[in-house]
Ligand binder design. Structure first.
Ligand SMILES: C[S@@+](CC[C@H](N)C(=O)[O-])C[C@H]1O[C@@H](n2cnc3c(N)ncnc32)[C@H](O)[C@@H]1O
Length: 312
């Protein structure tokens, strides 16, 4: 059987089992197994071996039975990186790429402002300033997709990814090696517990944020396969954001930024909690669907100075 006919055959089988994006998923299955790009699939006249056809058909059966496509093929592309996934780790979602892109923009503009301020200060005082290296903490790192993408964008930054799940961290470390990124350290622990006394330029998190009562209503593909500990955000879905917003100020450098992904209806609550925790420059960024999906807030440099004056 030639490749094109095989793709059509698999797509039909997936369609018959109610898989929504059957054509695209058939291409994904065949291209990943034959190590071809999706463009090559359309043009290659090659015959597929009987052994490969058998494996591809087994993959299609698993998909038809409801297993997530990315667990079956074992990987996905995220910000140009190849990210390995499987049972025990959340499959990164497209909106999280937007979270990373917005974080890169935010950190680049912060760096540019710092450089300008240093330029002004050098011009007026003739003192040389060394800007301190950027330090980034990715809480709830899962597959490491966020930490690794930020390390790729900022090769001189010190990036740490942490998670409570040893299974997730195994994937994160495998993904660092698979993408030849050796500047990220992965640490196991409960949110900020491993970081006593440390301060970061940026803390980023995509924590679990689904209300416990909504878990049952999720697509079975998600609730039967992806780890519950990556999804369940407690009664109102905000357990993790609440903890992160109250604890983050102690772990941010003056002027440091906290960036988090939110559930579709959590922006107002997150903003309210951020105000009570003394964050400034608070804003929410929209996702592709126009939903306020990402929280951004800064630790005020001024408030920190006032606090230290009061202590002295
Ligand atoms: C929504 S997933 C995000 C994974 C990855 N950052 C991404 O965007 O695809 C949430 C992650 O939080 C981790 N997690 C759950 N409870 C945690 C805790 N108390 N401390 C640290 N990580 C936790 C889960 O293991 C899971 O990997």
């Amino acid at each position: 059987m030639i490749i094109g006919a095989l793709v059509q055959d698999i797509a039909q089988r997936l369609r018959d089992h109610g898989v929504a994006d059957s054509a695209k998923e058939a291409e994904l299955i065949v291209s990943s197994l034959l190590h071809l790009s999706r463009a090559q699939l359309c043009t290659s006249p090659a015959e597929v071996s009987a052994k490969s056809i058998q494996t591809i058909q087994q993959y299609a059966e698993r998909r038809a039975a409801g297993e997530p496509i990315h667990y079956i093929i074992g990987q996905l592309e995220f910000m140009g990186l190849r990210i390995a996934v499987g049972p025990g780790v959340l499959i990164p979602r497209p909106e999280t790429e937007l979270l990373v892109e917005e974080t890169i923009k935010q950190l680049r503009s912060q760096k540019a402002e710092e450089r300008q301020a240093q330029g002004r200060s050098v011009a007026s005082s003739h003192v040389t300033h060394n800007s301190s290296p950027m330090t980034i903490l990715d809480l709830c790192t899962g597959s490491g997709c966020i930490a690794l993408s930020l390390a790729q964008a900022f090769p001189n930054a010190a990036v740490v990814g942490s998670d409570i799940s040893p299974a997730a961290l195994q994937y994160a470390k495998k993904n660092a090696a698979g993408n030849a990124i050796d500047t990220v350290m992965f640490i196991e622990g409960d949110l900020f517990a491993p970081f006593a006394g440390q301060k970061f330029t940026c803390i980023i998190a995509n924590p679990p944020y689904i209300k416990t009562s909504d878990i049952q209503g999720l697509q079975s593909e998600i609730k039967l396969h992806e780890p519950l500990s990556a999804l369940d955000g407690g009664q109102d879905g905000l357990d993790f954001h609440r903890r992160i917003l109250s604890e983050a100020p102690a772990f941010l450098k003056p002027g440091g930024v906290l960036i988090m992904e939110l559930g579709h209806d959590q922006a107002d609550d997150a903003i309210g909690m951020a105000r009570t925790n003394a964050f400034v420059g608070i804003r929410c960024i929209l996702d592709y669907a126009g939903v306020r999906r990402f929280f951004v807030g800064h630790l005020s440099a001024e408030q920190l100075e006032t606090a230290s004056v009061l202590k002295n």
